[in-house]
Every structure is written in structure tokens, then in C-alpha cells.
Write a protein that binds this ligand. Structure first.
Ligand SMILES: Cc1cc2nc3c(=O)[nH]c(=O)nc-3n(C[C@H](O)[C@H](O)[C@H](O)COP(=O)(O)OP(=O)(O)OC[C@H]3O[C@@H](n4cnc5c(N)ncnc54)[C@H](O)[C@@H]3O)c2cc1C
Length: 336
């Protein structure tokens, strides 16, 4: 059996990212003992969570130098932990912080890396599954080289539950390397409402139909905005969009301020992993539907009985006016 390490950072408050517990499930699925390692400014809660969720041993590297996500310090901490564990397989969650340094860590360890891993199995040797060509082709891969760093995509595994374990926690001293980067603060784009929620049970997709002329001969984007935001607030759903809708900004048409290209689902957009999806005012064309690959239950509302969803792309198609349906749905959800 290979030496398996689950490698992660902690969050700013010392807790564990949910994706780390998912990657731990991936590591444990191989059946062997899993050492866990965590780095960050404060790692106490994260180390305890790993110790209680089935890790055989937990290594930590902490201190002020490792509090901020910064390439040099994160790569140094992660490399030192992987070396201390003597790991042949280094399994890490694909958070943006881990994804940024993982290739550098593989290089420093003299190993190889694979990203976007959606499954790890022992099939006469460790085998990973990942998708190519915008989730159209699934491949199984093995590698001879070790150490092998694997970035597991969030949402591919259930999070490891607390199992009442109390594995030993050991601190690894890591000297912070010289760094030219000082983090002075965070500047985020001024977007209105946070509409992308990867952990939501439901994805609501809005298409360009919301801004098109309606039965009364006029577009009604203000009403559309009110219905979409009303539903998001009442249901906690995450918001996806078609390319046509988010592209309208460049064409001088009405754009919803709570939506950006980051909401776009599809071949040239995101491939989210929500259990359920509801498409509204969106045609359901192939480049868009590619992004629904991992949505398990799909429903759509469209005026057009001949739209793309009707051709096997949705489990249920409501041939109806989405303005009327969502108004009724919001009243029902709001009344709960
Ligand atoms: C290389 C390439 C990559 C692409 N990648 C992507 C991608 O990643 N993601 C993506 O989304 N698209 C992508 N596209 C574009 C894609 O092919 C479609 O053009 C786009 O998805 C259409 O968006 P839409 O369905 O919102 O708009 P439309 O095609 O304009 O459809 C609007 C729909 O709204 C319906 N509608 C209107 N009013 C109502 C109402 N009151 N109630 C109910 N329904 C109503 C209409 O019947 C219509 O079906 C790509 C295209 C190419 C060529």
C-alpha cells in the first residue's frame, strides 16, 4: 500500500475548508491509512477536525508567515509537510489556494501532478478519473512516477463526517522562506449580491429570454430582476446564466447587476455540481447544456415546446411563461 497524505491549508479562522473533508473521503476510499497535513496561520480547529474524521496522524505547519495565501510560503509549507509524511500519494482539495501552489509543490518534491480529479480508486494500482474536453470524455489514468500530487475537484466526494477519532497531532517546524510579497489587503470587484453558492442544493439558471419582448410586446427586465432575486433570496439557490444573457453587457442591452460572466454555465463557462437545476427562459442549446453534466435532476421552464430541453436534455420541461411560474413559485416559497 502506498503512503497516502491528505494535504490542505486551513481557513483564516483556523477551520477546515469543506473541500478538504471531501478530499479526505477520496483519500480514505483507497482503504489504507491516511496521514493528514494542514498549514496556515491558525490550524488548531482544522487539525482537530482531521484527527476526528479518520486520519491516522495529523501533521501541522503554522504561524503568522503562513496565514496569508502567498505562493512562496504556501509552497514551502506544503512541500515540508509532504516530505515529513514521506508521501507517495499527495491528495489535496482543489481550493484556489491549493490549486495555485500544487504544481510547484510537485516540482519541489520531484514528482508529478494531475488536476481536476473526480474519482480515485485502487484498480490494480491507484487509478484516477477526470474529464476532458469540457466534461465530454471521461478518462482513467495511472502514473508510475511518485510522489503523485492529485487535486480533487470540490463536490466530487461527500465530506468525511466526524468519526470520533483522536489521531495524534504533530507540529512540523517549517522555516518561512524569504518573500518579496506582502499582502496588504483584499480588493474584490464591486458586484452587488453574492449569487454563486457552490454548496446550494439548487442551481437556478437564467437565460436571455428574461430580457426579451414578452406577450405584451415589451421587455420587462425590472420584473425579471425582481423575480430572479426574489427566488434566490427565498430559496438559497445558486445563480447560473446562459452565455447570451451575460454577453448582453457588451451589446448595450439591459444586464442584471447581480450577474457577471462568472455565473455562466456551459462549454465556455462553469460546470457546477448542484443536485438539482432549474433553467428559466433559456433555450437549452448544447454548448450551454454541457455545463449541466453533473446536475443530477434537471427541470426547465420555456415557452417553446420545441426548445433544446425537450430533446432529452431535461427530466421535466414546463411549457409555460417563466414570469408567471416564478411569480407563483416565489409566493409559495415565501409563504413557507
Ligand atoms: C463555441 C461556443 C461556446 C458556447 N458556450 C456557451 C456556454 O458556455 N454557455 C452558454 O450558455 N452558451 C454557450 N454558447 C451559446 C449557446 O449556443 C446559446 O447561444 C446560448 O446558450 C443561448 O442562450 P439562451 O438560451 O439564454 O438565449 P436564447 O437562445 O435567446 O433563448 C431564450 C429562450 O427564452 C425563452 N423564453 C423567452 N421568454 C420566455 C418566457 N416568458 N418564459 C419562458 N421562456 C421564455 C425562449 O423560448 C428561448 O428558448 C456557446 C456557443 C458557441 C458557438
Amino acid at each position: 500500500m502506498e503512503t497516502i497524505l491528505l494535504l490542505t491549508h486551513s481557513e483564516a479562522d483556523g477551520s477546515l475548508p469543506k473541500a478538504a473533508l471531501e478530499a479526505l473521503s477520496a483519500a480514505k476510499s483507497l482503504g489504507g491509512p491516511v496521514t493528514a497535513a494542514v498549514f496556515g496561520g491558525n490550524v488548531d480547529a482544522a487539525a482537530k477536525a482531521l484527527a476526528g474524521a479518520g486520519a491516522a496522524k495529523v501533521l501541522t505547519a503554522s504561524g503568522d508567515a503562513f496565514a496569508q495565501p502567498r505562493y512562496a510560503t504556501d509552497a514551502a509549507a506544503a512541500t515540508a509537510l509532504a516530505k515529513a509524511a514521506g508521501a507517495q500519494l499527495v491528495i489535496a482539495p482543489a481550493t484556489s489556494r491549493m490549486a495555485r501552489v500544487a504544481a510547484g509543490v510537485a516540482q519541489r518534491l520531484g514528482g508529478k501532478i494531475d488536476t481536476h480529479v473526480s474519482q480515485i480508486a485502487d484498480e490494480g494500482g491507484v487509478t484516477i478519473s477526470r474529464w476532458y474536453y469540457k466534461q465530454r470524455i471521461e478518462a482513467k489514468q495511472k502514473r508510475k512516477e511518485r510522489p503523485w500530487v492529485l487535486l480533487v475537484d470540490p463536490g466530487a466526494y461527500p465530506a468525511s463526517a466526524a468519526a470520533g477519532g483522536s489521531a495524534p497531532i504533530e507540529k512540523v517546524e517549517v522555516a518561512a522562506p524569504a518573500s518579496r510579497t506582502t499582502v496588504t489587503g483584499v480588493k474584490a470587484p464591486t458586484s452587488g449580491e453574492q449569487t454563486i453558492k457552490p454548496d446550494a442544493k439548487l442551481l437556478l439558471v437564467a437565460g436571455a429570454g428574461w430580457t426579451k419582448k414578452q406577450a405584451d410586446g415589451k421587455p420587462n427586465p425590472e420584473k425579471a430582476e425582481q423575480l430572479i432575486l426574489g427566488f434566490l433570496r427565498a430559496s438559497g439557490a445558486s445563480l447560473g446564466s446562459s452565455k447570451s444573457l451575460v454577453d448582453q453587457a457588451g451589446e448595450g442591452q439591459k444586464v442584471f447587476e447581480f450577474m457577471s460572466h462568472l455565473n455562466q454555465v456551459g462549454q465556455t463557462g462553469a460546470t457546477p455540481r448542484h443536485p438539482k437545476g432549474l433553467a428559466t427562459c433559456c433555450h437549452g442549446e448544447e454548448p450551454h447544456v454541457v455545463g449541466w453534466r453533473f446536475i443530477r435532476e434537471r427541470r426547465a421552464i420555456n415557452l417553446d415546446a420545441n426548445c433544446g430541453w425537450a430533446r432529452g436534455k431535461a427530466d421535466v420541461l414546463y411549457v409555460a411563461d417563466a414570469f408567471a411560474v416564478m411569480e407563483k413559485v416565489n409566493a409559495l416559497v415565501g409563504a413557507k
